[in-house]
Design a binder for this molecule. Structure first.
Ligand code: SF4
Ligand code: F3S
Ligand code: FES
Length: 255
């Protein structure tokens, strides 16, 4: 089915271009044309601004063409991590992806991220992803009395885990990982990034508990260094490098 959105009147003299968005849809209850849970593609013809992102195109559909389209988003500025999607076969944030950078002369495909159960259209069940994150205990663990003021740390010690503090829990890395797709047990790269952020924090005392969890058969040894995770990360985190640092700590016993 193809649906078309009228260009908003106020666009006026601002540069616009035509875009075809192909969206993979699925409704657990079904609709007039498709059975419950049946996957299908729907095409939308849109008039977009040169500055529009994929999220703007999805909003245009939702608000002007078909209010039944479902997707997650919140901040719209690459901070909350809620709108990771598979756009032209790559995991990206819809709010950080400009349409004009996607060769809009051809149809642009938008699908849910892979490897997690689809709830409806572009919305997946994130619970298995967050369950892995909870496993690695993503909070500061200390013994002894709480200091009266902040826990001090040198700039050099802070630098050791700076990269992995940037994670926004979008799941683009984990759902791009071929081991995660096929294994069914692997914690996935994000859980290792989340653990890395505390393992290499000089103020934390729970690093060996976390390393023991990641030494499990669902842990770091499942990683086959495919690098999809690093390529997918919208925050530019060196995910594969973080995983290799955790493997090194387990191999050498040194943090
Ligand atoms: Fe998203 Fe990157 Fe964090 Fe993975 S490591 S969840 S891709 S921000
Ligand atoms: Fe998967 Fe990344 Fe390892 S894509 S195999 S976690 S390097
Ligand atoms: Fe928050 Fe895209 S909507 S990161």
């Amino acid at each position: 089915m193809t649906a078309t959105a009228e260009a908003p009147a106020e666009i006026g003299a601002v540069e616009t271009f035509e875009v075809t968005l192909r969206v993979k849809r699925q409704n657990p209850e079904g609709n007039d044309a498709h059975g419950p849970g049946e996957e299908y593609w729907e095409e939308f013809q849109l008039t977009c601004l040169a500055t529009d992102r994929v999220l703007d195109a999805l909003h245009q559909i939702k608000w002007n063409v078909d209010g039944t389209l479902n997707f997650r988003r919140s901040c719209a500025h690459g901070v909350c991590g809620s709108d990771a999607m598979r756009i032209n076969a790559k995991n990206r944030l819809a709010c950080s992806t400009l349409l004009k950078d996607l060769n809009p002369a051809r149809p642009i495909t938008v699908e849910p991220i892979a490897g997690l159960p689809v709830l409806k259209d572009l919305i997946v069940d994130m619970e298995p992803f967050f369950a892995s994150y909870r496993e690695i205990m993503p909070f500061l663990m200390t013994t002894g009395p709480t200091p009266e003021r902040e826990r001090l740390q040198s700039p050099e010690d802070r630098e050791r885990f700076d990269d992995t503090t940037k994670c926004i829990l979008c799941a683009a890395c984990t759902t791009a990982c071929p081991v995660f797709w096929t294994d069914g047990q692997y914690f996935g790269p994000q859980a290792i990034v989340g653990a890395h952020r505390f393992i290499f924090d000089s103020r934390d005392e729970g690093q060996w508990e976390r390393l023991e969890i990641l030494n499990d058969r669902a842990g770091v040894w499942k990683c086959r260094t495919a690098f999809n995770c690093t390529e997918a990360c919208p925050r530019g985190i060196e995910v594969t490098k973080a995983i290799s640092e955790v493997k090194h700590a387990l191999n050498t016993g040194e943090v």
